[in-house]
Design a protein around this ligand. Sequence first.
Ligand code: SF4
Length: 260
Amino acid sequence: MDQGSRGGEGEATMTMTTCGPQRYLVLAGIAHTITAVLPAIVILCILPHDTPDSRIAWRVIIGLILAGYAALLLDLCGASWNILPVAMRRMWFRWLFPAAAVAGRVGGMSRDRVAASYLALSNRLSTAGIRGGEAARLLVLLPRCLQNGECQARVIEDVAMCRRCGRCDIAGLVSLKETHRVQMAVVTGGSLARELVNRLSPSAVIAIACERELVDGLRAITSLPVVCIANSRPEGPCRNTRVDIEEFRGALRALGLKGE
Ligand code: SF4
């Protein structure tokens, strides 16, 4: 994940605990209708109706469309019955995001608000994917802008360089890294985050960044459960950002890590 270099909109402070997935699910329903149902209707109109092959194609297309709506409805109700596998739903909701963001904009919703709701949904699916076990090799990715702007500690090289003076939230995060024995790194860009994920092969990732960077990061890291925590930006984008330590502790718990 990037350091939040593109920031968010003004001084947004929305995080996954303050925004539920419902808003995104409604927008995803609209996006599903526009990007899947309407093209499917066109295809069905073009296809001949009276051959065995076309009848099978009709059934498959209609089945996929209905399964999509059923999955949306069940997620909206918070049901635990998985009509589509969790990994497939994660992929599908990620694919729908651009169209859902456009639908949100038409309805007067900022991209960050849509993203916050999408991240809440993605987190729910990511933690469900762990299935009550423990994320054995967890990697935590931090944005550089979490570090106090005047601090000289070289936490980019190693978070253990933090002297824990308490001027920023890295002190609290490093303490939790030690009690929970997880890997943690400050990353300065999406390519570095991808390279770290490839090199360390974690079983899950917790990523902290602004909503926009988190959505981009989810597109880049497709094979793993990723729990996203949006930072808050009391001084504007990319400067002295903050993270809710309790939210981070909750994410560790959700991934089965209780600490020492
Ligand atoms: S807690 Fe203090 S030493 Fe550690 S990164 Fe923040 S400002 Fe630097």
